[in-house]
Design a protein around this ligand. Structure first.
Ligand code: NAP
Ligand code: MG
Length: 497
């Protein structure tokens, strides 16, 4: 077998055929050259593809195709076992095309090839398999009622689902929406981010190859304007969104002003990672704290961007953390040895750099803060850590969505919990302690959708619902609870006499 080193992936990248057309009603849609945009790679700035910017006409065509296929019952009307078979074939095709999809994701988004090969692509396939395997095992309910009634509660597909997803995990976030929505029998219009649209187009083509009827899964490419058209559309029954809190707010508003479509939001975070002095393993905690903020260039909604360390161990812990941060010096994303890749685009890099400048004014820079590898034409930042004494300062409050960590000290657990919860977000939190009671009590007091104890970012299993408290959103992805987003409950009462 050929050794898949940097040269191998570079050669494969040169040979790649990129597809930037939308997929509507089973066909690749022609690109309107006037409205099209260029998709560049953050790896080295090269042009990957010309991508269509879908207009109202194309969004309407995609929604109509979804509605037609839904009403015709070509998918929604199948025995769940039949949907399962198609979804499993689709997942198998994704696995069979692992190298191609991982390379595409890496080129389009700057993520290290090591991660797209091990997390993004297999994670997407696993998610599709999981919901495929679940869907012929979940039924409705027969509920207690008058003796002369049969009371049934049916769970039915909601209809046409719009999924609008971000660029940090383009394929995986799409899979988290598509798998439960399609398994439940819905028809879907997917809008990937303009910064990373290519894997969405490719996997939708694979879905059709697997036997998904045309119109059941459509991909409309374009900017936020295309997403806005879906949010305001009167024939979209439900919109599932992952992205920023501001856009989430706008989608809620659009739903209120149009057809009151169901809105499900997975938004940002400023997640606290609390290390108490009785932490069972400081070395492991330091490694996890670095991964919590530097994995995926910090472009993580669950990034452990606020590290709260008990003051009695703070200096010792920071020393260990600084050593661990060195493992994340950015490298070529196509090199399998690289653990930190490129920042998605110039706009995001500028934004992160503005936060770093702000941080230098309000906190103490411990490491990083510099642009790296500029000669490559790509967009890279060194892992950056600030020692923060004032928790109300900007970098300790706002989501940066980059490799920038704020370290804060505290004396008591009560103080740590207050700091941890003192944010508008509530996506995730972690606590490190050897004390069983502290672990359980802290888990209960932390206002977040996920709490990790003595670990961070654990959760590869589909069984854990994922989503936010407070302004981190509503509803849950993953687990059987995700089906609640994409189904309606119907009470059917049959009077016998
Ligand atoms: P974003 O700007 O909100 O974009 C997310 C998606 O919405 C993209 O497809 C975007 O299209 C589209 N969009 C932009 N404006 C829109 C509008 N007015 N109406 C409808 N759709 C619109 O977020 P991002 O900057 O790409 O992603 C970073 C954010 O996502 C962070 O805040 C992060 O915390 C959050 N995030 C959350 C989770 C989670 O599960 N909770 C996971 C990942 C990321 P374009 O990109 O083409 O403009
Ligand atoms: Mg791109």
């Amino acid at each position: 077998m050929e050794h898949k080193n940097l040269d191998y992936w570079k050669r494969a990248a040169l040979a790649f055929q990129f597809e930037g057309r939308s997929l509507i009603d089973g066909e690749l849609a022609p690109i309107d050259e006037v409205r099209a945009f260029v998709d560049r790679s953050p790896v080295d700035g090269r042009t990957l593809a010309v991508v269509g910017e879908c207009s109202e006409l194309e969004v309407n065509a995609a929604v109509s195709a979804a509605r037609r296929s839904f009403s015709a019952g070509v998918w929604s009307g199948l025995n769940p076992r039949a949907r399962k078979a198609v979804l499993l074939r689709w997942a198998a095709l994704i696995r069979a095309n692992l190298d191609e999809l991982a390379l595409l994701e890496t080129l389009d988004s700057g993520k290290p090839i090591r991660d797209t090969l091990s997390v993004d692509v297999p994670g997407a396939a696993y998610c599709i398999e999981w919901f495929a395997e679940a869907i012929d095992k979940v039924g409705g309910e027969i509920v207690p009622a008058d003796n002369h009634l049969v009371g049934m509660v049916l769970r039915e597909a909601v209809g046409v689902v719009a999924a609008v997803v971000p660029w940090n995990f383009p394929l995986l976030m799409a899979a988290w929406k598509l798998a439960p929505a399609l398994a439940a029998g819905n028809s879907v219009v997917l809008k990937p981010s303009e910064k990373s649209p290519l894997t969405a187009i490719r996997v939708a083509a694979l879905a059709i190859e697997a036997g998904l009827p045309p119109g059941v899964l459509n991909v409309v490419t374009g900017s936020g304007d295309t997403g806005h058209l879906l949010a305001t559309h009167d024939d979209v029954d439900c919109i599932a969104f992952t992205g920023s809190t501001n856009v989430g707010r706008s989608i809620l508003r659009c739903a209120a002003e149009s057809n009151l479509k169901r809105v499900w939001l997975e938004l940002g975070g400023k997640s606290p990672n609390i290390v108490l002095a009785d932490c069972p393993d400081l070395a492991r905690a330091a490694k996890a704290a670095a991964a919590a903020i530097f994995y995926n260039m910090g472009e993580m909604c669950t990034a452990g961007s606020r590290l709260l360390v008990q003051n009695s161990i703070k200096d010792e812990f920071i020393a260990a953390l600084l050593a661990e941060a060195r493992a994340y010096e950015p490298g070529d994303p196509l090199d399998p040895a690289t653990s930190m890749g490129a920042i998605i685009d110039e706009t995001q890099l500028d934004r992160v750099e503005r936060y770093i400048e702000q941080g230098k004014r309000e906190a103490r820079l411990l490491t990083g803060g510099t642009r790296e590898r500029e000669s490559t034409g790509g967009l890279y930042l060194s892992p950056t850590i600030f020692d923060v004494s004032d928790p109300s300062c900007t970098i300790a409050r706002e989501e940066i969505f980059g490799p920038v960590l704020s370290v804060l000290g505290f004396d008591t657990l009560d103080e740590a919990i207050e700091l941890a919860n003192g944010t508008e977000y509530g996506l995730a939190a972690a606590v490190w302690t050897s004390d069983l009671t502290t672990a359980h009590e802290a888990s209960r007091r932390l206002r977040a959708g996920t709490v990790w104890v003595n670990c961070y970012d654990e959760g590869g299993d589909m069984n854990f619902p994922f989503g936010g408290y407070k302004q981190s959103g509503n509803g849950r992805d993953k687990s059987l609870h995700a089906l609640e987003k994409y189904t309606e409950l119907k009470s059917v009462l049959v009077r016998l006499r």
